[in-house]
Design a protein around this ligand. Structure first.
Ligand SMILES: [Ca+2]
Ligand SMILES: [Ca+2]
Length: 236
């Protein structure tokens, strides 16, 4: 018996597949949503370190998938946070971190390594008084090149946002190189991990699987989709 046109068989080499253009379009849209979900940046606030003592010390600090270590000679008290209501607290009611030793360098990298994009960091003087601070920042990129930036902070109490918008960093380091004191306070670091790019075949499979899921749901009974609604990123 000769198979009819609807019988399942693999497409021949060079033969158009049976997938409709609308199905492909839906798959590409689902893929765009998938990729957009990984593009969100994290804000590292250190607020989980807030406390009611005068100050508390740490080193290193990990927060929101990033590691912060300071090169002071001591091992565990190189970084610190003023109490949440302390007059020196750069993030009143919460926590910013500060360098606990004069002239030391703090380095940020991803926990476990890997590339990240850096949007901005809030900086201030350690006493939150508007003292003069000249920062030197060193950016190391995953492709091996580096960049140095020196800048003065403002002379106002409170933190100040420095915007960098740099992509593909391996680490960023900063230290106070001039000014009334050799310390600095930092908070609200906006950064995002760069995830490995899926290979082209995996991208296609992901798009087709997403399109297939949409198609099945479209043809299923209304009850099959009940209780599965969430955000476009599959959370919430
Ligand atoms: Ca904070
Ligand atoms: Ca300031």
């Amino acid at each position: 018996m000769t198979p009819g046109p609807s019988a399942a068989r693999p497409p021949l080499h060079g033969e158009p597949t049976l997938m409709s253009t609308s199905l492909i379009r839906r798959g590409v849209a689902a893929l765009a949503t998938l990729l957009a979900c990984h593009a969100g940046a994290t804000v590292v606030t250190f607020d989980e370190r807030s406390h009611d003592a005068d100050f508390a010390t740490f080193n290193p600090v990990t927060s929101a998938g990033f590691s912060f270590s300071n090169d002071c000679d001591s091992s565990t008290d190189c970084l610190a946070a003023w109490g949440r209501d302390h007059e020196y607290q750069g993030d009143p009611g919460q926590a910013a971190l500060f360098t606990n030793y004069w002239g030391t360098t703090t380095t940020m990298s991803r926990v476990g390594g890997g590339a990240f994009d850096l949007v901005s960091i809030d900086f201030g003087d350690v006493l939150n008084a508007g003292a003069s601070v000249q920062l030197s920042l060193g950016f190391l990129f995953v492709d091996g090149h580096s960049q140095v930036l020196q800048t003065w902070l403002d002379f106002e109490p409170g933190l100040q946002t420095l915007v960098f918008d740099l992509r593909g960093l391996q680490s960023v380091s900063w230290s106070t190189v001039d000014g009334a004191n050799g310390y600095n306070q930092f908070d609200n670091i906006v950064a995002s991990a760069v995830l490995p790019e899926p290979s082209a075949p995996l991208l296609v499979l992901t798009a087709l699987a997403a399109a297939g899921g949409l198609s099945r749901r479209r043809h299923g009974s209304p009850r099959q989709g009940a209780g599965r609604r969430g955000s476009a990123c599959g959370r919430g």
